[in-house]
Design a protein around this ligand. Structure first.
Ligand SMILES: Nc1ncnc2c1ncn2[C@@H]1O[C@H](COP(=O)(O)OP(=O)(O)OP(=O)(O)O)[C@@H](O)[C@H]1O
Ligand SMILES: [Mg+2]
Length: 340
């Protein structure tokens, strides 16, 4: 991966939510990279920090969330240091976002059409008639029936699934170079889900749109992603190509996620199943490796020392002491051979 290929680079990102009863460490020292035209999946169980990371990347954290370290470099500039004005033009135009909750980005006061036309005209120099035409086309592409009529309706009149699709249409409207989608298809039934995935694939090959897809679903990862990043307790535990992570998973957490996929049809679109053990209590972050209380391979140092990131293959990294120990053993074994 050449430097010029990199579209967005998140480095050492940490986000905390200070509260009365303690501070939630929602994201800790997260690193990931999105190359041009590439689809990066982010998986991990509920509460692992996926949405918080996405919000922080777009500076959409409400006042309660604090970014305590890191940078989000897009095309060579740190979004965390953008002026508000530059940020406005970046959002919605260069980078589209789809949220877990559609009502968060749909305004109940304006009709769907008014919102779409306004968004387009704010970012592109086109006339009203063109903006209306493009909006109707995009509503049709996300599979919404009677798009012309829909333009006149208000978000609260629509079903959850329709709201979700309107939001997807709005995020794609200005032809973003990067789409960040947080559980984009979760609320939709399987047929519509499939239709949206097909649309995203088309836009990717038509326009080279890169994507960050946050999902609970390994089926979606295997169907559309190039690389995947596995989060747990706010940390990126493993990152690599989809094949490397599926077939050569190195982190015990990733392995248990994969082991939980139903064997009959591993690539079927299925949500992640829970793995054994109690999920993290966000107020009581374990010391050392956050996964150690649930890890079958826990060693002494795992209880006290936060593991570093180890490279196990090309573009394949893992945050686990086992790999450090394996490397050390390998080295010792090598020396022993040398000395007879
Ligand atoms: N506004 C907030 N105030 C306090 N804590 C928060 C807030 N938002 C998120 N958190 C906490 O931050 C942690 C990460 O949450 P986040 O929503 O990012 O997880 P997620 O991986 O997106 O989960 P899900 O799969 O359920 O969407 C959790 O412990 C959550 O309780
Ligand atoms: Mg989330």
């Amino acid at each position: 991966m050449g430097v010029s290929e990199i579209l967005m680079e998140v480095r050492d990102l940490s986000v905390q939510f200070p509260g009365k009863n303690g501070t939630v460490l929602a994201v800790s020292h997260a690193d990931f990279t999105v190359c041009r035209g590439e689809v990066l999946g982010i998986v991990g169980e509920s509460g692992s920090g996926k949405s918080t990371a996405a919000y922080a990347m777009m500076r959409l954290l409400k006042k309660v969330g604090r970014v305590t370290s890191g940078s989000v470099v897009y095309e060579g500039r740190d979004i965390l240091r953008y002026s508000d004005r530059d940020l406005q033009s970046l959002r919605g135009s260069e980078i589209g976002m789809i949220f877990q909750d559609p009502m968060q980005c749909l305004d109940p006061v304006y009709s769907i059409g008014a919102q779409m036309v306004e968004t387009l005209r704010a970012h592109r120099s086109i006339d009203r008639a063109q903006a209306v035409k493009q909006s109707v086309e995009m509503l049709a592409r996300v599979g919404l029936p009677e798009p012309e009529k829909l333009m006149k309706r208000y978000s609260f009149e629509l079903s959850g699934g329709m709201q979700q699709r309107v939001m997807i249409a709005m995020a794609l409207l200005c032809g973003p170079r990067l789409l960040i989608a947080d559980e984009a298809t979760t609320a939709l039934d399987v047929t519509v889900q499939d239709q949206i995935l097909q649309l995203l694939k088309e836009l990717r090959s038509e326009r080279g749109m890169a994507m960050v897809l946050i999902t609970h679903n390994f089926g979606i990862v295997s169907e559309i992603c190039d690389r995947v990043c596995v989060m747990y307790g706010g940390y990126v535990m493993e990152e690599g190509s989809v094949d490397a992570v599926f077939y050569e998973a190195s982190h015990p957490y990733t392995r248990s996620l994969i082991a939980a996929i139903p064997k009959a049809d591993p690539m079927r679109i299925e949500p992640l199943l829970p793995i054994p053990g109690t999920p993290i209590d966000p107020m009581q972050h374990p010391t050392g490796c956050v996964f150690h209380p649930r890890c079958a391979y826990c060693m002494e140092r795992c209880r006290t020392e936060v593991p570093g990131v180890h490279t196990v293959g090309e573009g394949h990294t893992v945050r686990c002491h086992l790999l450090d120990t394996a490397a050390a053993q390998h080295e010792t074994a090598g020396k022993e051979t040398v000395h007879g």
